[in-house]
Design a protein around this ligand. Structure first.
Ligand code: AMP
Length: 621
């Protein structure tokens, strides 16, 4: 396979502005760029480089991010959002067990839709919240550099799934950034490391052990003549320094006879003890004992913790990370002895017990010449520099320059393989039908960066025929994209319940000149805002159409249970919604949906009651 760093811009458009690298962390975030071949953190005048990933919403509508927001954790916990990265791309069901961890209100909507956070009268999703952090970083960088910053490489944990990656990308877009690439934090760290020690001529295998505030990743890479190849990765998106803090809190609660649930019932108390616990943990990275006086800690009791006690508390958590390491080494096909370097990343690797355990596991002293807080952002900047075409000595495995996807309802582009994905690659995603008894499904394959398929390039069209009759939503249609090392795409559609399938081969790059690629990228930047708005309207319309479809079905099947007045009331609401769907107003469409939903909710309950009564007939309790 040809190993080339693809300069997706043709080297022209990307060099006008700085491309930055961003480490969007659970606890802290950082922004960096490359100057004269060396990555450096961008630090705004008089402000610390590390920006706490905390957002505070003031009463008068003000939004502040960073240290100032961090200070409000105790005084105004309900309006101060932290660890939002833990919620990115998650549904309420995913996080309900951990809900107590959050001092703010995570909405329980008992659905499979992505979580929302309530702040005062407004609801935010984690994408919007993350975009506030990114905006802050962008503004600080622009202030310092006195130049627009609108292109970025953003890092994510290697273990982030597609939804979480997409959410990170969307957050970037919302912040006014064109996200040229999402790269894995450990890969970024290895890039910074590779640059730091000089590009090795010979092959070297490195392990990146990344333990941050909320996530743990272990990645095994081979660096060979400047080519960085990920061999395996493993981790846990819910394991980090925050869990160390929680162990300390639990310990003190037991010791003092405090109810652990107090932290959830009283947000201010919860935040106070959380911050004291974090302070204890950090202190024990340098000292053997931590003592906190009742007069100053705000908790009414003297608290203490020794390093030995702390080490014992976190031992099971460290063990979990080592289990992941063992799995990653196994998956890489490399033996433990062949790993030459272990790179430490993330604030939690400052804990001595973590370092010692890592050292014992890998049998060597970890490399820690680069600040573990900064190494990811520095590496992201190196990646940005490679994409800008400024580095020819560090090479990436071949990538695909434009996204590949299919058209979904409303003409939306659903990207299966995002641009810059390493090839070869394969991706599968499940879809379903929107109409009862639908027998055929048309699959339209597109390439490009715009939200609406009509603005992208159509590569192929084919039909999956013979889907057995099933109600809408029941068929499980898997669309599989396989992009081989030559850039040839095969697409397969398969109905999983019946096994019906159809396959075609496409050459996606065919006929696209560099200029066309450049044009598509440029137009995606220019149109990002209108595209985004259009997408929101299209999604709202689609939701409205689905609701109308179900409402019509409802009247057909259960109309007999309703009074004439109720039927007319429902029809009026439906007509009103139908009219709104022809308008360009997303909020009005949402209001129409809400209104019809509210009106019909009691009817659904009525039918449930009826069904239960029916089922209970003749049965004895
Ligand atoms: P990161 O997500 O990489 O920014 O890591 C943040 C985590 O590192 C948080 O849980 C911090 O409490 C933790 N951390 C930062 N500094 C230290 C330290 N000196 N000792 C122990 N943990 C630390």
């Amino acid at each position: 396979m040809a190993k080339v760093a693809i300069d997706i811009s043709g080297g022209r458009i990307l060099q006008e502005n700085t491309i930055v690298g961003i480490d969007l962390g659970t606890t802290n975030s950082l922004i960096a760029r490359v100057v004269d071949g060396q990555p450096e953190i961008i630090k705004d005048y008089g402000k610390p480089a590390l920006v706490p990933s905390v957002i505070h919403f003031g009463a008068a509508g003000s939004i502040v991010v960073g240290d100032e927001a961090h200070e409000r954790l105790i005084s105004d916990p309900a309006n101060t959002i932290y660890s939002v990265k833990r919620l990115l791309g998650k549904t309420y069901k995913d996080i309900q067990d951990q809900r107590a961890f959050f001092g703010y209100q995570v909405l329980d909507d008992a659905t499979d839709s992505l979580v929302k956070i309530r702040v005062g009268e407004r609801f935010y999703n984690p994408i919007e919240l993350s975009s506030f952090i990114l905006k802050e970083l962008k503004q600080r960088a622009e202030h310092k550099l006195k130049t627009p910053v609108d292109r970025a490489v953003i890092t994510v944990p290697a273990y982030f799934n597609d939804t979480q990656r997409q959410a990170t990308r969307d957050a970037g877009k919302l912040a006014g950034l064109d996200v040229l690439r999402i790269i894995n934090e450990p890969t970024a760290a290895s890039l910074a490391y590779g640059l730091g020690v000089g590009i090795q001529a010979e092959s070297e295998v490195v392990a990146v052990y990344d333990l941050g505030g909320g996530t743990f990743d272990i990645t095994i890479l081979r660096i060979e003549a400047g080519v960085f190849e990920v061999l395996s990765t493993h981790g846990d998106t819910w394991l980090g320094g925050d869990d160390f803090d929680r162990e300390i809190i639990r310990f003190w609660c037991q010791q003092q006879g405090w109810e652990e649930t107090k932290a959830h019932q009283d947000a201010t108390w919860g935040q106070t003890i959380r911050l004291v616990a974090e302070k204890a943990k950090k202190t024990l990275s340098a000292q053997a004992i931590f003592v906190s006086d009742a007069s100053e800690n705000g908790l009414g009791s003297d608290l203490r913790l020794t390093k030995a006690e702390f080490d014992q508390l976190i031992q099971p958590l460290i063990q979990k990370t080592l289990d992941s390491c063992r799995q990653a080494v196994l998956d890489s096909g490399i033996s433990l002895e062949d790993i030459q370097t272990v790179i430490l990343v993330g604030g939690s690797t400052r804990v001595p017990a973590v370092r010692e355990s890592v050292k014992a596991f890998f049998g060597k002293e970890p490399f820690d010449k680069i600040d573990p807080d900064q190494v990811v952002a520095l590496g992201a900047a190196v990646q940005a520099d490679i994409l800008a075409g400024n580095r020819k000595d560090m090479l990436l495995l071949d990538v695909t320059p434009l996204s590949l996807g299919i058209e979904t309802l409303g003409g939306l582009m659903d990207v299966l393989i995002p641009r810059n994905s390493k090839i070869p690659t394969r991706v599968a995603r499940e879809y379903t039908t929107s109409i009862d008894g639908q027998a055929n499904l048309k699959v339209l394959v597109y390439q490009g960066e715009r939200e609406m398929t009509r603005d992208n390039r159509k590569l192929a069209e084919f039909e999956l025929r013979g889907i057995p009759a099933m109600p809408a939503g029941l068929p499980k249609i898997e669309i599989r994209f396989l992009l081989d090392a030559d850039g040839i795409l095969s697409v397969e559609a398969k109905e999983l319940r019946s096994g019906v399938s159809q396959e075609i081969k496409i050459k996606p790059q065919y006929g696209l000149t560099d200029e066309e690629v450049e044009h598509m990228l440029l137009s995606s930047l220019e149109n990002a805002k209108t595209d985004f708005e259009e997408r929101q309207i299209t999604e709202a319309r689609e939701e409205g159409r689905q609701l109308l479809y179900h409402a019509t079905k409802f009247l057909e099947n259960h109309g007999g249970l309703l009074s004439e007045e109720q039927i007319q009331g429902m029809k009026a609401k439906m007509e009103a919604l139908e009219h709104l769907l022809t308008q360009q107003d997303k909020s009005a469409i949402h209001a129409g949906i809400e209104s019809l939903n509210d009106y019909t909710r009691p009817f659904a309950e009525m039918i449930m009651d009826e069904a239960i009564q029916h089922a209970m007939k003749g049965k004895k309790i």
